[in-house]
Design a binder for this molecule. Structure first.
Ligand SMILES: [Zn+2]
Length: 283
């Protein structure tokens, strides 16, 4: 387990926020091009309406949208507020990453931990948004998350001489399989009972990803939180007639956001929040 102090300063937070808005900007590209089967790198950023290429100085995360007041400089068509909002949210998320003391990642260097943690947050954040917008979990993104998580843990298992690290790493690998198999079973049983697909394979893959990164306890907490929160939202939605019976729910978004919460806040704080005793955590 890592025992180091990452110094959180205003400067570190500013840097994390700026990097976060840049990643957010890239996440925007993924969100809008991936489902259309367009390349993430070509063509360069362009206006969705007039197709004119956006020069780099008009493509600065957050600032450009504010300076252009949300309009394309060529054709004056509106640029959705979703873009700067995604950049802003991700900036905040990466700033929170500075405070995250996740014991789930055994590491030799604080910088490596921040990078790995930032990668995980980028993946979960993109998955949450894409599943919410398109009801779809892109295989390539979730696979990157599973493979990096498992590779990282395996490398640690092979190289460590510390028995604690060895146990933690192997527990994460087991958790990945457990997560996948559990959701596979839920999906099969659901299809059998309801005679139609009730939970996608994408959800099983997100569960594997969460297992690899968060371990058994973190996975269990994230899954519990997802069912609990989605249950409340669907219940209220049905009562208010905002959701139709049988309507598909982006469960992958709930899983991803719960995973982000457990990762950033840590197992203990999430447990005390679930028990509605957040103050116990700080005492
Ligand atoms: Zn335009």
């Amino acid at each position: 387990m890592s025992n180091y102090q990452f110094e959180v300063s205003a400067f570190n937070n500013l840097i994390a926020f700026i990097i976060g808005t840049c990643i957010g900007s890239f996440v925007n590209v993924i969100i809008h091009r991936f489902p259309l089967n367009e390349s993430v790198f070509h063509p360069r950023s362009h206006c969705r309406n007039c197709k004119s290429i956006i020069p780099w100085y008009r493509n600065i995360p957050l600032l450009s949208w504010l300076m252009l007041r949300g309009k394309c400089s060529k054709c004056n068509s509106e640029i959705s507020v979703i873009y700067p909002l995604t950049e802003f949210l991700f900036g905040i998320l990466l700033m929170l990453n500075n405070y995250c003391q996740s014991a789930n990642l055994i590491t030799i260097s604080p910088i490596l931990q921040k990078i790995m943690s930032g990668l995980l947050l980028s993946i979960l954040f993109s998955l949450a948004l894409i599943d919410y917008i398109y009801l779809w979990v892109p295989k390539s993104i979730v696979n990157v998350g599973i493979i990096t998580g498992l590779t990282y843990q395996t490398l640690f298992m092979i190289t460590t001489t510390n028995i604690g690290s060895l146990l933690l790493a192997s527990e994460h690998i087991i958790a990945a399989f457990l997560g996948y198999i559990t959701f596979l079973l839920i999906s099969k049983i659901g299809s059998y009972i309801f005679k139609k697909p009730s939970m996608g394979m994408g959800d099983a893959k997100i569960a594997a990803l969460l297992g690899a990164w968060l371990g058994i306890k973190g996975l269990g907490l994230s899954v519990w939180l997802s069912f609990f929160v989605s249950g409340i939202i669907v219940g209220v939605g049905l009562i208010l007639k905002l959701i139709k019976p049988g309507q598909l729910i982006p469960f992958g978004s709930f899983l991803s956001i719960s995973g982000i919460m457990v990762w950033v806040l840590g197992d203990k704080l999430v447990v005390s929040l679930i028990l509605l005793k957040p103050l116990d955590f700080f005492n």
